[in-house]
Design a protein. Sequence first.
Length: 335
Amino acid sequence: MLHRSILVLVCALAAGPVAAQAPTDTVAPTPAAPPAPPTPTAAPAAAPAVKLSGYLQARETWQQDVGLTGSINRARLAAAGTVAPAVTYRLQGEFRTGSVGPGRASVSLQDAFIRYARDRWALQVGQFKTPFAREFVTSLADLETADRATVVDSLAPKRDIGLMGEYTVARAVSVYAGAFNGEGQNVSANRDSTALGVARVVVHPIPRVALGANVARYFGDSTRYGADAGYEDERIAVRGEYLAQSRDATSADDDRGWLLLGAVAVEPEVQLVAKYETFERPGVSDQQKNRAWTVGANLYPFGRTTRLVLEYVSRRIGDPGVRRGQVLTQAQVKF
């Protein structure tokens, strides 16, 4: 009996730990999910970039029978930018001094236009240069001489308000055509209800050679026309241009004139220039005849952003007329 009691006690003690290790029906808790990362805040859209540019020209001239005169010839500031993939704009103002035109110093709007361009064609609306005369469509800041020829200043329609289309064929032919108020810049009303139509074609038959032709029709008034040819490379520039005007109300000879320019860079910082120009209005008076020689040099001491112009202009007005000389110096900066 004693041996049996000891055996039963040993079995009971052995069964206790086994029962303690048996699995139970209790389900283990599910681990908590990690917190979601914070949603990034979208950055505000960047405003379209605005590019500022312009140029300043300070001039001193000495003229026979007049003496020495200082002036700010040009002071222009422009803002341009892109507002959509094919839409750009340009605003340009000029700060005028009392020596440029009549009146006191003022600010004048030069360019204010919107341009839409796709592949080979473009459409432009607002106030801008009419596409007439090679020397006129070139900025004075980039022209080889300090001033444009008299025939260009007299016959080019200048800036106006209107609409212009442009089409380019394989970079060899460019066509420009536009309709304008015909009242000039900063005149928002077409007072006589007539329009100005202007067209220009430029052809590049071979590299570095450009041939141009243009016509401007003041409907009910007159027609202006002209042609130009030029060659330009890194050192040499040669250009000629002819312009004329025919008036509807008279059978007199056309107003007409031409220019011939040559320039050569003898050093990267030194360019020598010579130009001859003539303009006459035989239907008005022989005393309107204007002929001039210009010889000079362009100096670029700090690259193309700075320029010093030294010129001598010999001009004869009238027939036979009186010849007068002028010495001109001009400092220019572009930015």
